[in-house]
Design a protein around this ligand. Structure first.
Ligand SMILES: N[C@@H](CCC(=O)N[C@@H](CS)C(=O)NCC(=O)O)C(=O)O
Length: 209
């Protein structure tokens, strides 16, 4: 079966999926969607693929999925025999789901700020930045508790799709005018994430010493 990702290289949401495909060592084909300036994701042809007019979309054989978090769940369940990326244990599974919802919800304020600053989206930038900082504070506090237990990752003792889903818009937030100075535990976590085997960076992800 061929895996196809409808992709825009500068999309943090597509980056979530590219990261996991690489971590799992999966071959896939990319279909480039000209998100900007052509806004191809809003054309009638693309709306047939995703009526929400959003990226990413993933095809695997006859299956078509939209939403990065749903795609991460699918790929982990289907292709990660070890159960590392989406743990079976009910408590761990629930915690991963909780942070996936956070990645697709509260953290997306950082995506909004980035779209404002990089592509001129018309939105309340102060509100977006303030909401993003509030979300980052929640994750930073969580990761501080995690560090106190001698651990690194959002859930449990190994990276999961919760880390994959949260990483892009935290890492890319400088593009939306949100720095990482106030978030030492986020910086520590991002440094560890960047060291994962098969990690691939993208434009806008800062280098950490
Ligand atoms: N719930 C979706 C949202 C994805 C999303 O917001 N994608 C952006 C690209 S990064 C998009 O397509 N936005 C549509 C637009 O800005 O017109 C997910 O998490 O995958």
């Amino acid at each position: 079966m061929t895996i196809t990702l409808y992709d825009y290289p500068l999309s943090g949401s597509c980056y979530k999926v590219r990261l996991l495909l690489d971590f799992l060592g999966l071959d896939y084909k990319k279909v480039a969607v000209n998100f900007y300036p052509a806004r191809e994701h809003k054309t009638l042809d693309f709306l047939e693929i995703n009526p929400l007019g959003q990226l990413p979309v993933l095809d695997d054989g006859d299956l078509r999925l939209r939403d990065a978090q749903a795609i991460l769940c699918y790929l982990a369940k289907k292709y990660d025999g070890s159960g590392q990326w989406l743990p079976e244990d009910p408590a761990r599974f629930g915690q991963v789901m909780m942070w996936l919802s956070f990645a697709g919800g509260e953290i997306m304020a950082a995506s909004a700020a980035r779209l404002h600053d990089t592509l001129g989206y018309d939105l309340d930038i102060n509100e977006a930045r303030s909401n993003a900082r509030a979300a980052f504070r929640v994750l930073d506090d969580h990761l501080t508790l995690v560090r106190r237990q001698g651990l690194t990752w959002i859930v449990g003792d190994r990276p999961t799709i919760a880390d994959v889903a949260c990483f892009p818009y935290v890492a890319l937030s400088g593009d939306g005018g949100i720095g990482h100075e106030e978030f030492p535990s986020l910086r520590n976590w991002m440094r560890a994430f960047r060291q994962l085997p098969a990690f691939d960076s993208m434009s806008g992800v800062p280098e950490f010493a």
